[in-house]
Design a protein around this ligand. Structure first.
Ligand SMILES: Cc1ncc(C[n+]2csc(CCOP(=O)(O)OP(=O)(O)O)c2C)c(N)n1
Ligand SMILES: [Mg+2]
Length: 559
């Protein structure tokens, strides 16, 4: 009999799932797991973080990049509550993630013992599955089920609580085998119906998004677009599913959408939606399609059957992964008879939308991001969180064809730093750029210490406008000149980076950016560029003063 502790059984089952990195913050609640991780340190490095929010975001980004669940370990109550932001992001972003949470022992459970929470109830509304492993001999069963659940259908987070005495108990049990996501493939007659609808369409559009894409599915999409001639738009923060330089690329259907693209979605007669669940940000707040009966004929392909018809009633609904659908659909049969030049016009609209416009101040983010677009390699990974600073990369930088975008569909701040840490760990040879606002950066800037500890040469950029600019933008529109809760007094971010041991530089004019960025790329460690922009450069189109004047004028008209 080979008796192992619960901690050892758990870690060895994660190794069996070929997990390459576990992220977390330690707690005395799961010392037995830490001890087992010591034995497994060559196979399964434990990436020690500085806050569980950062750790959970890293696991989420790992899930986005690999399609396999990111693994995060956190302690009881405070650890579990700190981790919530990453678990919620995994839910909204449909990302596979498994969170392991320490739990009080069965000898004190239900007394509200120190840091005790029932995680099944706490995460019931957020996680795909929240459970507790009460017996060490059932760990392999729970881990395999958790991994399959996190990856299958519409992927999402699973939370497993680990009672302390269960982790130190010993059991003799076999490890579970490596599990894969459950395949979901379409029925042939439904695919034929989609081909027929597209063939007859006058103003068709394809929208892609969601998870469960892999390189083969991306390549199949490209081939499908080229052969069918259909224009392809990417959903909010899924801009890397299709090469943005491709003549069939129509732009991103997200926040601050190109009005011409919005019109194209609204006026489409046939919409083929692959993998995307048509969330609020992709539909301009549920306005681009009518609820529940869209005017467009909606052909909806999504791996989670429960997402089909959840808001919009499709005319054809297919529960399949993007790859399985694209492998079956015949692009020649789907080629619309009536619309040869359709995709080219859509791409021209996209190019016009990303053409630079004047901005106030000495730092022009339009030109800086265009330079990044020209310069970054074909396999670069760009991460960001939430804020107006992100609109520049979303609109000007061209993703896809190997370039990856790691950005929260959940619209959560603080993602850019930890996501970059995960990206550089998973892909050490690739250029990783972490793009942050001043507000966003300080939500998880402490993970700069993690980047230093693990020797990760990431380029962090902080776009500093001295405010929570997005909220200020809404504030100036709704309550002009009544600034409340949005101004920030910031540290010297370059000096802060140097204090962490990273390279730090300040950029105060457009022309300083490129040489500073090149120095950052050449550095032997992480670097940070503190880019100070004019607070007037609040949005890509309108200055702060213009927003305020516009809101006041509108208020006068209403009076
Ligand atoms: C975790 C979290 N808290 C609050 C918000 C609300 N929020 C959205 S954008 C934003 C401001 C972002 O500020 P910054 O990073 O400086 O970017 P800016 O808009 O100034 O470019 C806030 C507070 C959010 N989306 N996520
Ligand atoms: Mg800001």
């Amino acid at each position: 009999m080979a008796l192992r502790t619960g901690g050892a059984i758990l870690v060895e089952n994660l190794v069996a799932q070929r997990v390459t990195h576990a992220f977390g913050v330690p707690g005395e609640s799961y010392l037995a797991v830490l001890d087992a991780l010591h034995d497994a340190r060559d196979l399964l490095p434990f990436v020690i973080c500085r806050q569980e929010g950062g750790a959970a975001y890293m696991a989420e980004a790992y899930g986005k990049l690999t399609g396999r669940p990111g693994v995060v370990f956190v302690t009881r109550g405070p650890g579990a509550t700190n981790a919530a932001v990453g678990i919620h992001t995994a839910a909204q972003d449909s990302t596979p993630l498994v969170a392991f949470v320490g739990q009080v022992g069965s000898d004190t459970v239900d007394r509200e013992a120190f840091q005790e929470i029932d995680y099944r109830r706490m995460y019931a509304g957020v996680a795909k599955w929240a459970a507790q492993i009460d017996r060490a001999d059932r760990i392999p069963e729970y881990v395999a089920h958790a991994f399959r659940t996190a990856m299958s259908g519409r992927p999402g987070p699973v939370v497993l609580a680990l009672p302390e005495d269960m982790l130190t108990a010993r059991a003799d049990v076999a490890d579970a085998p490596y599990v894969e996501a459950v395949a979901a493939a379409p029925a042939r007659d439904a695919v034929a119906e989609i081909e027929r609808r597209l063939r007859d369409a006058q103003r068709p559009l394809v929208i892609v998004g969601g998870s469960r894409w892999d390189d083969a599915a991306r390549a199949a999409l490209r081939e499908f677009a080229e052969t069918s001639g259909l224009p392809v738009a990417c959903a909010f923060r899924h801009q890397d599913l299709f090469d943005n330089r491709h003549p069939n690329y129509a732009g991103d259907v997200g926040i601050g959408i190109n009005p011409r693209l919005a019109a194209r979605v609204r006026d489409a007669d046939v919409l083929l939606v692959i993998g995307e669940r048509l969330g609020e940000m992709t539909t301009s707040g549920y306005t681009l399609l009518d609820v529940p009966n869209p005017r467009q004929a909606l052909l909806h392909v999504h791996p989670g059957a429960e997402e089909l018809g959840r808001v919009y009633q499709p005319q054809v609904a297919i529960a399949a992964t993007p790859g399985a659908f694209l492998a079956q659909v015949d692009a020649r049969a789907a080629r619309p008879v009536a619309t040869p030049a359709h995709a080219g016009t859509a791409h021209d609209d996209y190019e016009a939308w990303r053409a630079p416009r004047p901005v106030p101040g000495d730092v022009d983010l339009w030109r800086i991001v265009r330079w990044l677009d020209d310069t970054l390699p074909a396999d670069a990974i760009l991460t960001n969180g939430a804020g107006n600073y992100a609109t520049w990369v979303h609109r000007v930088y061209r993703y896809g064809a190997g370039r990856r975008q790691l950005a929260p569909y959940s619209g959560s701040m603080g993602y850019g730093v930890p996501a970059a840490v995960a990206a550089k760990l998973v892909h050490p040879a690739r250029t990783v750029v972490s793009w942050n606002g001043d507000g966003c950066f300080l939500m998880n800037g402490q993970e700069l210490a993690t980047a230093m500890q693990f020797g990760l040469r990431i380029v962090f950029v902080v776009i500093d406008n001295g405010m929570y600019g997005t909220i200020r933008m809404h504030q100036e529109r709704e309550y002009p000149a009544r600034v409340s809760g949005t101004n920030l007094v910031n540290p010297d971010f370059a000096a802060l980076a140097r204090a962490y041991g990273a390279q730090g530089e300040t950029v105060a004019a457009t022309d300083q950016f490129a040489p500073a960025f090149e120095r950052a790329l050449r550095a032997d460690r992480a670097s940070l560029l503190h880019v100070r922009i004019d607070p007037q450069a609040l949005t890509m189109g309108a200055s702060l003063d213009a927003l305020r004047a516009g809101a006041r004028a509108a208020a006068r008209i209403l009076r």
